[in-house]
Design a protein around this ligand. Structure first.
Ligand SMILES: *Cc1c(COP(=O)(O)O)cnc(C)c1O
Length: 403
C-alpha cells in the first residue's frame, strides 16, 4: 500500500491525538529508516530518545526474538528468571539499592510520585493527605491524569479536569524558587535535568547541585525524570552526572529497551522503595521476562559499544557545526551531547515548515514547542552521517521566509 492510502486510513480510523509528519516508515536499521516507497531518511529524533541504540540493533533483536519464543509473561503472581538479573544489573550499573519496573515512562513517574508520598507519610512524618510535590514550569512527565495535573501546558491539560491536587509549580532553573516553595509538607522535587519536550531547555550550571543541596537540607527527595535525558543521550550515562549529582529517585524509560519494547523503571534507596508492600502497587506487564531480557541487552549494548562516549563526541561536533550555520532564522543552538535544540526566531513562523522541508530532503526531525527543532539522533551516529544531515539542515535554514 502507498503512503497516501495508509495516511488516509490512519486519519479516518485513528484518534487525532498526534500531528505526525507525512512519512510512513516501513523499516529501520541503525540511524536510517525507509518509507513504504523505499525512500531513505536519517532519523534525528530516535523516537524521542527511545532509540538511543539505533533501530533494530542486532543484539537487542536477537534477545527479543529468543526471549519471545521462550517466555513472555508470567505476571508478578509468579517469579521469572529474567527479573532478578535485570534488578541486579541495573542496580549495579546505576548505583541504586532497589528498582521497581513498569512499562511506560508515565507509569514510572506515577510510581515515583506514589513512592514519594508514601515515604512522606511513613518516613518523613507528613500528616496524612498533606504531601506536596514541587514541579517545574515547562515540564513534561507524560500524559496520565495525575501527570498532566501539574503540567503548565494548556494543550496538555485543557478539557481533562478535575486534576490531582498536591503539586506546586516553580520556574525551571531557579534554585531560589525551590527553596521558597518548600514547606514542612514537601516530600519531593520532581524535575528533568534538561527539559526535552519543553524545548531542550538547559538549566544554568550549578542548578542540579543547588537542587541537591536544598532538598537534602529540608529532607525532600530529589526525583530526576531521566526518561529522555538518561542512558547516554547527553554524553554521560545520566544528565545529572554532568554535575556529579545522584538524585534520590531516578526515573528511566524510553532507551531502557532500545526501542524494542516498553520498559521503564524507578530506582532508589531501600528507604524509599521499601515503602511499597505487597498489594499496594503493581502492573500486569511490569517486570515481565521479555521486557527484562530486552532491557538487560539494551543496557549492555549501550555500555559495551561505547555509545555514551560517542554521544559526547558527536554531540559536541554536531552542536558546534549547527552553531556555525549563518541563518537569519536561528536564535540559539543549545543542548548537551546528542540532545540539541535549535531555537528559531518568532519571525521564522514556527519550526514545523523546516521539519517538513528536512523530511523532503531525507532528514527526520520534529518541532518541539512550536519554535524549536530538536536534533536527537541515535547515539551510534557517525561524523559522516552528521555531515550528511548538516548539509541539508544548512540548506533548509537559509530558506527565504516566504516559501
Ligand atoms: C517521554 C517522556 C515521558 C513519558 O514517557 P511515556 O513512555 O511516553 O509515557 C516522561 N518524561 C519525560 C522526560 C519524557 O521525555
Amino acid at each position: 500500500m502507498k503512503s497516501r492510502q495508509l495516511i488516509e486510513l490512519e486519519n479516518r480510523y485513528g484518534a487525532h491525538n498526534y500531528h505526525p509528519l507525512d512519512v510512513v516508515i516501513h523499516r529501520g536499521e541503525g540511524v536510517w529508516v525507509e518509507d513504504v516507497e523505499g525512500n531513505r531518511y536519517l532519523d534525528c529524533l530516535s523516537a524521542y530518545s527511545a532509540l538511543n541504540q539505533g533501530h533494530c540493533h542486532p543484539r537487542i533483536m536477537e534477545t527479543l526474538v529468543t526471549q519471545a519464543s521462550t517466555l513472555t509473561l508470567t505476571s508478578r503472581a509468579f517469579r521469572n528468571d529474567q527479573l532478578p538479573l535485570f534488578y541486579q544489573e541495573i542496580c549495579e550499573l546505576t548505583g541504586y539499592e532497589m528498582a521497581l519496573p513498569m512499562n511506560t515512562g508515565a507509569e514510572a513517574v506515577e510510581t515515583a510520585i506514589k513512592a514519594a508520598r508514601k515515604w512522606g507519610y511513613t518516613v518523613k512524618g507528613v500528616p496524612d493527605g498533606q504531601a506536596e510535590i514541587v514541579t517545574c514550569a515547562g515540564n513534561f512527565h507524560g500524559r496520565t491524569l495525575t501527570v498532566v495535573s501539574f503540567s503548565t501546558e494548556p494543550e496538555y491539560k485543557a478539557g481533562f479536569a478535575p486534576y490531582t491536587p498536591g503539586f506546586v509549580t516553580i520556574p525551571y532553573g531557579d534554585a531560589d524558587a525551590l527553596r521558597a516553595a518548600i514547606t514542612p509538607n514537601t516530600v519531593a522535587f520532581l524535575f528533568e535535568p534538561i527539559q526535552g519536550e519543553g524545548g531542550v531547555v538547559v538549566p544554568p550550571d550549578g542548578y542540579l547541585r543547588a537542587v541537591r543541596e536544598i532538598c537534602a537540607e529540608h529532607d525532600v527527595l530529589t526525583m530526576a525524570d531521566e526518561i529522555q535525558t538518561g542512558l547516554g543521550r547527553t554524553g554521560r550515562l545520566f544528565a545529572c552526572d554532568h554535575e556529579d549529582v545522584k538524585p534520590d529517585v531516578m526515573i528511566l524509560g524510553k532507551a531502557l529497551s532500545g526501542g524494542a519494547y516498553p520498559v521503564s523503571v524507578v530506582l532508589s534507596s531501600r528507604e524509599v522503595l521499601g515503602v511499597f508492600k505487597p498489594g499496594d502497587h503493581g502492573s500486569t506487564f511490569g517486570g515481565n521476562p521479555l521486557g527484562c531480557a530486552v532491557a538487560r541487552t539494551a543496557l549492555k549494548v549501550l555500555a559495551e559499544e561505547g555509545m555514551v562516549d560517542n554521544a559526547a563526541r558527536m554531540g559536541e561536533y554536531f552542536q558546534e557545526r549547527l552553531a556555525e550555520i549563518n541563518s537569519p532564522h536561528i536564535k540559539e543552538v543549545r543542548g548537551k551531547g546528542l540532545l540539541i535544540g535549535v531555537e528559531l526566531h518568532l519571525e521564522a513562523g514556527g519550526a514545523r515548515r523546516f521539519c517538513e522541508a528536512l523530511r523532503a530532503r531525507g532528514v527526520l526531525v520534529k518541532e518541539t514547542r512550536t519554535h524549536v527543532i530538536r536534533f536527537a539522533p541515535p547515539l551510534i551516529i557517525t561524523r559522516e552521517e552528521i555531515d550528511w544531515a548538516l548539509e541539508r539542515v544548512q540548506d533548509v535554514l537559509i530558506m527565504p521566509l516566504s516559501k
